[in-house]
Design a protein around this ligand. Structure first.
Ligand code: ADP
Ligand code: MG
Length: 726
């Protein structure tokens, strides 16, 4: 019998019942096409509601990056207000993405008093275009002097406005009084523009005169865990840090692989259906969802879209996931490593470059001409990833993601590219000048019609590579589940822009384009083939080969990689393409390390709190119970010795001593940490002293968990958390 036919209040808490009813109500109200984008001020709405000249002018701003005409802004603001008010919105907000990693909004009401004592709903173009939130409580890494707390938000017309919680949300960029970016969107837009500019030079070289712009597209696959909210509420580590800081391995984990693509449990299925509807209303193309390898772990994949919009959508998806989970009595964990010994959660950044005429530049074409162009873009990405491995690695560096990348989990911290056998063979043939396919004796010459046709390589689905070519896109898999995808795409787009610039410089003056192209591709392959690796990325032998033979970087932790952000080569590249100013880079360095330090600080404090106030008392009380029962036994039968009890009490008391000692040691180290003023030093000490001490404390507490009677243990254990969300 499907769950929705039973009286759910008998099996689940009452708030869940409300969600089921809500869910059923919504499905019967609208069909998916009616629902889709119904809360978005999208192209269809604009076309219907804006005068033709206003619509066309706005399209030029959105599509071709033309400056915004102020008259247009007036008309857009009033159309937006009418639309939003009709949909039940009462407030508006500039929605932005500060360096906290989540989104921020400050709501203002549309209501303005009218002379007759009533109110009217007002929204001016000034309010649409510019906002002035108090920036003082957002991280700025020293960019904003404390006396100048003002920050500006500026409308980003390339991302659609939408309604969420009766509020019209206007996507905006956020910057300081003096114009430095304080958010993730501004540099993302700049990097997309840098890539567009250089890619357009290559487009011209290949005679694509109809192309007006090149955009990158992203489809981010999002992993997450769902746990029961009642159990979540009993664990302070989950509440304060989003991950379990203690917890012994359960008898059953992910070893049977029976969860992967397994049938979805009823409550989770209801959550997913509800989530899809909420996302569809916001125009987010959530398409596939399935169970992941770890129990309680799931994945959501949207259909890809322009990087800027994909970034907004991914932020919204993470927010809505958490909100919808609550309605179903669940909590959605976005932390990269909620459970030790169980797979962590990542995010796959599927990335491609497309022209406004609809050509995917990473798609091998049907003609030799298209293939030559494809090979140029392909080698540009290979070179960019090799030259800027450090930037890609640090774009995903957080305390949470270090648990995946730096530990024995996939993908490794070493950046490499998977190309698949066929494409690798093609590149090898170009490099050596040998025939590509010995059987067919196809000679590799670019720009002439003997070039082989490549087909989409579906033979090998390498899942261990951090950067895999998957037929017509690259999939960057190092992102943590909680990361904003902005940082990665800023670095990727900038690095590719840089390579394309070098390529365009080399080719634009060439007397013989075909020959110059051939040489450029061959030399690029020779110089950067070390980054290509088609084998198993989890293998220890690979890490050894990568670092020792190939000279690739293995940056295991956030403090290991952050300083490279300020490396001369990186600063020069990012400033040359106007993606960041040097001051902005310095501020990001500070902010990222600050976030790292704060995160681990909270974790360490939570650990000592749980150890002292929950774990030690629990183990003690169990030990006294055993001791009491031993005493009773002895009194009953004086001659008998109580071997079991004695052994257990001895073991438990040695463990409580260890827990207490290691808690003290952690606290002493934390006190020392407080005396350090330099952020780099602080982060290093966290990596070298605090985190190891946390692991030591955890080890003895986890052992105590396995010996303590269930009724004494103060919070739900792994088995309950992982298998509890039925
Ligand atoms: P795979 O099987 O390689 O993971 P899928 O078809 O399942 O590929 O797609 C995974 C993700 O990649 C989806 O979010 C999808 O929208 C996205 N994607 C597909 N094609 C492209 C592309 N050309 N550019 C960017 N993302 C893409
Ligand atoms: Mg994938």
């Amino acid at each position: 019998m499907p769950l929705r036919d039973v009286d759910v209040s008998e099996v689940l808490p009452s708030d869940v019942r409300v969600s089921f009813l809500f869910f059923e109500g919504v499905t019967s109200m609208a069909t998916v096409p009616e629902l889709f984008g119904s809360m978005v001020f999208n192209d269809r709405v604009m076309k219907a509601r804006l005068p033709a000249n206003v619509y066309n002018s706005l399209q030029q701003t959105i599509g071709e990056g033309q400056p915004l005409n102020p008259v247009v802004a007036d008309a857009v603001a009033s159309a937006m207000r009418d639309w939003a008010v009709e949909k039940g919105a009462t407030h508006f907000t500039h929605w932005f993405q500060p360096m906290t990693g989540i989104t921020a909004e400050k709501h203002d009401s549309f209501i303005t008093p009218s002379p007759d004592g009533g109110v009217i709903m007002e929204f001016s173009s000034k309010e649409l275009i510019k906002g002035e939130p108090d920036a003082s409580s957002f991280p700025s890494g020293g960019l904003r002097a404390t006396f100048e707390a003002r920050g500006y938000t500026a409308w980003d017309p390339t991302s659609y406005a939408f309604i969420k919680d009766k509020t019209l949300c206007i996507p905006t960029a956020f910057c300081s009084y003096s114009g430095e970016a304080l958010d993730k969107k501004t540099p993302l837009l700049r990097s997309m523009e840098a890539l567009n500019k250089q890619a357009m030079r290559i487009m011209k070289l290949f005679g694509n005169d109809d192309v007006k712009c090149v955009r990158t597209s992203v489809g981010p696959e999002q992993e997450y865990f769902l746990v029961d909210s009642v159990m979540f509420g009993k664990r302070r580590d989950l509440i304060y840090t989003g991950r379990t800081l203690f917890g012994a391995k359960p008898p059953k984990g992910q070893e049977l692989d029976d969860h992967y693509f397994g049938s979805i449990k009823p409550r989770v299925a209801e959550f997913m259906a509800d989530l899809n509807e909420e996302l569809w209303k916001l125009g987010i193309l959530a398409k596939t969802e399935h169970n992941e390898v770890a129990p309680a772990q799931h994945e959501l994949a949207p259909i890809y879209t322009t990087t800027n919009i994909a970034t907004d959508h991914n932020q919204l998806t993470m927010e809505i996931m958490q909100k919808v989970a609550k309605k179903h009595g669940l909590v959605c964990l976005l932390h990269e490593k909620p459970f030790a010994g169980v797979n962590g959660s990542g995010k796959h950044n599927n990335w491609s470059m497309t022209t406004d005429t609809g050509v995917n530049l990473l798609s091998p074409g049907d003609t030799p001409h298209e293939n030559a162009q494809f090979l140029l873009f392909l080698t540009a990405v290979i070179k960019a990833v090799d030259d800027y491995q450090d930037l890609l690695r640090l774009s995903v560096a957080t305390a949470g993601n270090d648990h995946r990348l730096g530990a024995n989990e996939a993908p490794p911290a070493v950046v490499s590219i998977f190309l698949g056998e066929e494409l690798t063979a093609v590149l090898e043939a170009i490099e050596s000048g040998a025939p590509y396919n010995a059987a067919e004796k196809t000679q590799m010459k670019l720009g002439v019609d003997t070039l082989p046709r490549f087909t989409r390589d579906t033979t090998d689905r390498n899942r261990t590579s951090p950067f895999a070519f998957t037929g017509n896109k690259f999939e960057f898999r190092m992102l943590g589940s909680a990361n904003s995808i902005a940082c990665t795409n800023i670095m990727l787009d900038s690095a590719v822009a840089e390579t394309l610039q070098q390529f365009a410089d080399a080719l634009e003056g060439a007397a013989d384009f075909g020959a110059a192209l051939q040489t450029l591709i061959r030399e690029t392959i020779s110089a950067h083939k070390r980054i290509i690796f088609n084998g198993n990325g989890y293998d220890d032998a690979w890490i050894k080969e990568a670092t020792e033979k190939r000279g690739l970087l293995n940056l295991r932790t956030t403090p290991d990689c952050m300083s490279l952000l300020l490396d001369k080569k990186n600063v020069e590249m990012l400033t040359r393409h106007c993606v960041f100013s040097e001051a902005e880079l310095k501020s990001r360095y500070e902010i990222m390390l600050e976030n790292y330090c704060k995160t681990v600080n909270i974790e360490a404090l939570t650990m000592t709190d749980m150890a002292r106030r929950e774990i030690l008392p629990a183990v003690e009380s169990y030990a006294s119970e055993i001791a009491a029962s031993a005493a009773a036994k002895k009194a009953l039968d004086g001659a008998m010795c109580c071997g079991y009890e004695k052994k257990l009490v001895t073991k438990l008391s040695s463990l409580t001593d260890q827990i207490a000692d290691r808690t003290d040691a952690l606290e002493t180290a934390m006190a020392k940490l407080k005396t350090i003023c330099d952020i780099t030093e602080e982060a290093n000490m966290i990596r070298d002293e605090i985190l190891p001490k946390m692991m030591e404390l955890r080890a003895c507490a986890d052992e105590a968990e396995t010996l303590t009677a269930e009724k004494h243990w103060p919070f739900p254990v792994y088995g309950e958390l992982l298998f509890g969300a039925r």
